[in-house]
Design a protein around this ligand. Structure first.
Ligand code: ADP
Ligand code: MG
Length: 573
């Protein structure tokens, strides 16, 4: 053999492709987990994620993968990422992406899409759909990347859009041609970068802070309503300082429960109606005056109430009624300035206001205890929840996921939260089906134990993800409050036929059997004592567990606490 070959060797170019560049761009920007379902054209993309050490959590339905991504965004202040296939997969994920936008959770849905040329002439491609344009009205931003040299820019724009200002959902379209496109690796590497400060501080003006502080100072009956925007901001210590130093009572919105513990002496949750009817100045702290607060007007409110509103989004101000003192900025900055200025203002709620709230709380606690201690067989929502409450008092750091109608309302009222961002629920839309996606997202992101309290109907929307929970061996205990129906299981077919009524589900269903199929632990609980033992065992095991909790099919109010929103005809049932 001739070892002295002097012939010039052909240059072997070091090539990469669109898929690898996408993975590299995500990695470069600190993405640690991607939730999704693979298939054409993104299967290899998912494999390459694992190859570079990004966790890939494969689901059974894209909506749940999207919900997991959305809650990851809420918990981390970084965009949660969901990966889907084209058209149907894209649409399945889109509900979660729209929900993330509505709730202000940063999330990026990345979907593969088919050939542009064929889509644009509507020639009938495999899973043909103009995904980027369909996503547009439902998200903060919708982008398509067409060239491999633009991938870093596309990923950067998606991240900026998702986390800046009011966070939300972003759609990122990756065409099959882009994923397959080839580029010189060194040149591709040079395009990559890490985004700088994607959620910059937004500092309110001194004048707006001063006006807010003056209004709180003049108030006799001030109230602070804490929303999930405040929880998202992670300004926990500053908020606590402000509330404790001013002595102003606070009302947590559902997902803000636990930002200060629910048993805090200033918590007015148990005196909600009294507080809203009598407050003269309300400070909204990352909470919108939407339907959940009856738009800040009407019979639930003191007619002469005035508002201070801390929000990052200037467009939110005056959205439902006049806001006398808007403080537009991010809550870390705004609360920081307000705490700093506390010495200049003598804020002191009227003692009669505080004692009025305390008296109302005592009265309502006593009423609640009677409900909780009512021993019925089968169980009702309240005595079942008492069992859950007594167990969870021993696990104050548990992540609590909650979905349903009565199951949602009653759990929110009965179960105290003690830590910020530990209650994850149906949110602003009152959407059904977040249960298993949120549970998986929370367990993966935090590594902590999760308890999901789900109505039987709510559970059905994402129940197949039990397989995902078992496959990834997650410390999730699901409690299905099984009252055999939507709202309850006690309705007739108005036509008298043998078909079940529209709200009827199977009251004798054994949801626990579902998890047995995947090797998880199953319990069927028919008494508070059985429920209590099963729940403790499930949490202690740190293994996938499902408890079928048998509730009286007659128990449960139609539409839960918001029956006023559900038009009623004259029904004979
Ligand atoms: P809730 O349902 O708990 O009342 P909402 O979702 O209605 O809460 O309101 C949250 C509000 O918080 C939104 O108006 C959003 O713009 C705002 N927000 C989100 N993040 C921040 C932040 N970091 N600083 C200030 N406001 C924020
Ligand atoms: Mg039910």
């Amino acid at each position: 053999m001739d070892n002295n070959n002097t012939q010039p060797q052909p240059q072997i170019q070091n090539l990469t492709d669109g898929m690898h560049i996408v993975v590299d761009a995500l990695k470069r920007n600190g993405v640690e987990v991607v939730y999704g379902i693979c298939g054409i054209p993104v299967t290899d993309l998912a494999r390459h994620l694992q190859e570079v050490g990004i966790r890939y959590i494969g689901f059974r339905h894209e909506q749940s993968a999207g919900n997991a991504a959305a809650i990851t965004g809420y918990l981390t202040k970084k965009p949660g990422i969901c990966l889907t296939v084209s058209a149907p997969g894209f649409l399945n994920g889109l509900t979660a992406l729209a929900n993330a936008t509505t709730n202000g959770f940063p999330m990026i849905q990345i979907s593969g899409s088919s050939s542009r040329a064929i889509i644009d002439l509507q020639q009938g491609d495999y899973e043909e759909m103009d995904q980027m344009n369909i996503a547009k009205p439902l998200v903060k931003a919708s982008y398509r990347i067409n060239r491999p040299e633009d991938i870093a820019t596309g990923v950067a724009r998606a991240i900026h859009a998702a986390v800046s200002g009011r966070p939300g959902g972003v759609y990122l379209d990756l065409t099959t041609a882009l994923l397959a496109s080839v580029m010189d690796k060194d040149t591709a590497d040079k395009t990559l970068y890490t985004v700088e400060d994607p959620a910059p501080a937004s500092i309110p003006s001194d004048a707006s802070v001063d006006k807010a502080m003056q209004m709180l100072k003049q108030a006799k009956n001030p109230l602070i309503i804490i929303g999930k925007g405040a929880a998202y901001a992670q300004a926990d210590d500053t908020i606590k300082q402000f509330i404790e130093k001013t002595g102003i009572p606070f009302l947590p919105m559902s997902m803000a429960k636990g930002l200060l513990p629910d048993d805090h002496p200033q918590c007015a949750a148990a005196a909600r109606s009294y507080a809203l009817e009598n407050a003269d100045v309300v400070m909204l702290l990352g909470a919108r005056l939407n339907w959940l607060l009856s738009h800040g007007k009407g019979k639930h409110w003191n007619p002469s109430v005035k508002f201070v509103q801390l929000d990052i989004d200037p467009q939110e101000i005056d959205s439902n009624r006049h806001i006398e003192a808007p403080v537009v900025g991010d809550i870390v900055s705004s609360m920081g300035l307000m705490v700093k200025s506390l010495d200049k203002y003598d804020i002191k709620p009227d003692p009669a206001w505080l004692s009025g709230i305390d008296a109302d709380k005592k009265k309502n606690f006593a009423k609640m205890e009677i409900k909780l201690n009512d021993n019925t067989s089968p169980m009702n929502f309240f005595n079942a929840l008492k069992a859950v409450r007594d167990v969870l008092e021993n696990y104050k750091d548990i992540y609590l996921v909650n979905g349903g109608a009565n199951t949602l309302d009653d759990t929110r009222n009965v179960i105290n939260m003690y830590m910020p961002r530990h209650r994850l629920d149906c949110g602003t839309w009152g959407v059904m089906g977040i249960g298993m996606g949120f549970s998986i997202g929370a367990a993966i992101t935090t590594g902590k134990s999760v308890v999901a309290i789900e109505g039987d109907s709510a559970f059905g929307f994402s129940g197949m993800e039990i397989e995902t929970i078992c496959r990834f061996k997650l410390p999730v205990t699901v409690v299905v409050f099984n009252n055999g129906g939507i709202y309850n299981g006690w309705h007739n077919n108005l036509g008298g036929g043998s078909d079940p009524s529209p709200t009827t589900l199977m009251a004798d269903a054994r949801y626990d059997k579902l998890i047995e199929a995947f090797g998880g632990t199953a319990y069927n609980a028919t008494t508070p004592d059985e429920l209590s033992k099963a729940l403790s065992a499930g949490i202690d095991s740190k293994k996938p567990t499902l408890i079928n909790c048998v509730i009286d099919p007659k128990d449960g109010t139609e539409s839960g606490h918001i029956s006023n929103l559900n038009p009623k005809t004259i029904i004979k049932d």
